[in-house]
Each structure stands twice: as C-alpha cells, then as structure tokens.
Design a protein around this ligand. Sequence first.
Ligand code: EPZ
Length: 428
Amino acid sequence: MEKIIVNGGNRLKGEVSVSGAKNAAVAILPAVLLCDEICRIENVPSISDVNVIVRILYELGASVKVIDNSTVEIDPSGINSFMLPASMSTKMRASSYFIGAMLGRFNRAKVAPPGGCDFGVRPIDQHIKGFETLGATVTIDGGMVNAYAKELIGGSVYLDKVSVGATVNIMLAAVKAKGLTVIENAAREPHIVDLANFLNSMGADIMGAGTNVIKIRGVNYLHSTTYSIIPDQIEAGTYMIAAAITGGELLIKNVIPKHLESISAKLEEVGATIEEFDEAVRVKMDGRPKCCNVLTMPHPGFPTDMQPQMTTLLALADGVSIMTEGVWDNRFKYVDQLTLMGAKVKVDGKVAVITGVEFLSAAPVRATDLRAGAAMILAGLAADGQTEIDNIEFIDRGYDNIVEKLSAVGADIKRREFIDPNERRAAI
Ligand code: EPZ
C-alpha cells in the first residue's frame, strides 16, 4: 500500500495553482444526467471521487470522452437506468445526488444509500423531505432508497437544517418539475452557486443561489453547454495554511478570493499577512501563530472542511485556542493522530481546547478522513523528523496532485509503496 512521507522543517516558498472544486464537480457531473444534449465540463479536478462519478455515468450508459486531464465531454442520451447499486454508490456521499438527478430525468430512482467520510450520523431526511414536497414517494427498503413520482410538481420546502446535499438534490429534482420550487434555509456554499450556474447555462431557470432562498422554475429541455468548474475553496485554504504552518510565503493562484474571506480573516487573526489579487492570494507568515477561537458554520462562516487543517495550525500557536465544530456531530476523530505528534488537544463533543506547543514531532499517523488526511500532511510539514501517513486514499479523494504541488514549493514530501507484511506472506 502507498504512504505519504514528509520530512518537516522546510519553509514553503513559491506558487501553487488550485484545481477545480471537488464539491462542485461531484454535484455538476450527476447533473449532466438532466441534459438533453452533450455537455463539456472544464477545470474538473483529477481526484478519485470525480473518477468514480465519471465511471458511474459510463456504467449507466453515458458516452464519456476524456479531452484532457481536466476536461470531459459527456453525452447522457444513452443512460436508460434509474438504478445505482451499492457497488457504485457507497464509495462517497455525492452518489446521493444521483437520486435527485434520476428523479428529475426518469421520475424514478433506486439508489443505495451514500457513503462518505465518517463524522457520525449522515442522514438524508432533508433530501427526502424535498423529494416528497415535489410529489415523490420515497421508501428505504432492501438497503436501497426508492423514489417514484407520477409527475414532479414544484412546491416550497423549508430545510430544518442548512444542508449542502439536500439543497443540491432538491435543485436537481426540481429543475424539470412542473411549476415553481422554493427552497428556504438553503445552503449558500460556492458549489451551490456553481451548480445553479451550470444548470442555468443549459437553460434551467434558477434564481437566488448563494442566498438562503433558491427559486427553481421547471423547464422541459436542457441544451448543451461548455462549463468551467470554480476553483476549490478548501484546497486553496489548505495551501494557505501550509504557508502559515511552515512560516513560508505562497502565492496561491486560480482562486476566487471572495470564497476565501472567512479563512483569510482567521489567518490574519493568527498573524499571517494576506494579500488579495483578482484570482490569487499571497499568504506570508513570520514566526509562531497567535492563538484564536474558531466556530465552523455553513457558508459564509468558517468552513467545516477547513476545521482539521486550522486545528493543526492552532496546535502550534502561542496560547490556548478553542475550535467549535458547528456542522458535524463528530469531526475530531483525527485529534488522536495529532496527539501522537505531540499536540495538546482536549476534545469534549463538538469543542476542542487546543493548548499550543512550540514543536510537533514526527510520528507514523493515518488519515481518518479526507480533510484529516490533509491536516496530517500539514502537521508533517511543520514537525521535526519524518512523518509517515497511512490511509492516503482518503487524501486522493479530494486533493489533485497534492504531493507534486507541495514538493514544487519546497516541501520534502513523497509517496512510497509499502508491502504490507500480510501481503508479503500471501505473496510467498
Ligand atoms: C457536504 O456534505 C460536503 N460534501 C462536505 O464536505 C461538507 O462537510 C458538508 O457539505 C458541509 O459543508 C460534499 O459536498 C460532497 P450537509 P453533506 O448535508 O451534503 C445534517 C469534504 O471534506 N443533515 O450540508 O453531506 C448533517 O448531519 C466533505 O469535502 C441532516 O440532518 O453535508 C450535518 O450535521 C466532507 N439531514 C449537517 O446537516 C440531511 O438530510 C450538514 O450536512 C442532511 C444533512
């Protein structure tokens, strides 16, 4: 199996270019199902979650042309199945978007419940509430989510919780429903806006994306489009923290600074210098970060997907910081790994008290989920010695060429193949 090996202590200097947004790509690609012609999607990140979705579209009968490593052309006309077996759907959370997309196209969907990072319970009750508002009957039996509607008719749904997934899924089911659908208490993340812009580029009629009220007027036909996915806010934020945690200076290119506002504000609070350009941010850090308190919230709050990375930076801060997880029930599983490297973090439910230490020391650690894996890399960049990171398949789900991008700006980081002793025995 592969591990990532990081020899810490290098200050990162240079330029990093951010890829397309994972959480936009995994919503836009299933949405192609709703198109009546061919779609060309550009700035697609080269990550395993995207590869899985493209594979699913192909297995469902779409014809997929890979133009280059960030551009695909998809003709969904050959898709005639509304079923997604567990073998395809349990690999990630975003497979749940096939329920909304298939419902929107076939008035039917039979999808095994989605997988995704383990942050405790990840229900889809708000997704189902939305589908039922549109007139669908949804049952969960035999380990499958079954949705059926004689006809989808627009309606108003008030989300009990701000949910990215439910907002995406209801939008997908509503885009060809009869009449007007209103989603209230909708998620406002940049990837929600990107999905709405993609659908509108095909002739959909969606207004208000990016606010907490989204209105979707159903249309009958979606024509072809060429659409470029927005840059990844969380990938960009991860490299911003890489600059800060190594006391370096990075110009992070191909970003939308507005999407990074809450991250920039927190990094300035701990002493980093942030310079904004039209499509780039420069992050510079001299000396040790100051402590600060962080509460993760739905956009435009501090993103929960930046929580492990920020906690890792604060583990080295001068003073005590409080990290409060405002979105997920249990998103501190990685703290045990950070503690192996000398961090002093006390977790009580959704709150972590972080007592900054002057140094982290290298240790063999593992990625417990996608963003936690990125946090282990950040800890390794700052730690004394050689850190070995296992379970790196989590990292490859959401970071495009992270080893290459970091080594290009001075990190001593590489992938190494390890033969598991059990595998060795089996091989003999
Ligand atoms: C999306 O997950 C992202 N994944 C997550 O990013 C991200 O952490 C999350 O949004 C919050 O921003 C993708 O976009 C593929 P939610 P999602 O529905 O849609 C509760 C990453 O690292 N809830 O916004 O699953 C839920 O339990 C990943 O890129 C319900 O109660 O998140 C949570 O407490 C990790 N009922 C809260 O809402 C529902 O029906 C927010 O969940 C749905 C959600």
